[in-house]
Design a protein. Structure first.
Length: 132
């Protein structure tokens, strides 16, 4: 990818720029996954699975993409599994660990440190609170 375009099999795609004075693309563009809601598609007593689907041409990217992210909490461990598939055409995609949850919902207003936040998972059966 150069700037906000790339070429696959001789076909150049021009995607929407959103970084460095609109000279390149990060996180899928100005309406990337870091700005969008994923849909809860499954849950168990210790896991949540979210999904998102982008249609062919979303922000200039070729091919429909379907992605799933599963978070699992077991005693003293946190597991994350990410899968994305382009169903129609080759397209660049790189998943990375980003947890897009609002920690300020349970913030300790006396400090700006993330270390004094609480994570509440009603389906996980486990409550974690880290205080320093």
């Amino acid at each position: 990818m150069v700037g906000s375009n790339f070429t696959i099999d001789g076909v150049t795609s021009y995607v929407l720029p959103n970084e460095h004075n609109n000279s390149d693309t990060l996180h899928g563009g100005p309406d990337g996954w870091d700005h969008r809601n994923f849909t809860l598609v499954a849950h168990t007593t210790d896991s949540l699975t979210f999904s998102i689907t982008d249609p062919d041409g979303e922000q200039g990217f070729p091919g429909q993409v379907i992605a799933y992210v599963t978070y699992t909490v077991t005693p003293y461990e946190w597991h994350e599994r990410m899968v994305a598939v382009s169903t129609q055409k080759k397209t660049p995609i790189m998943l990375s660990s980003h947890v897009y949850w609002n920690l300020d919902g349970y913030a300790n207003n006396e400090t700006n440190s993330a270390m004094n936040h609480a994570l509440y998972m009603p389906y996980g059966g486990l409550r974690v609170r880290h205080l320093h």
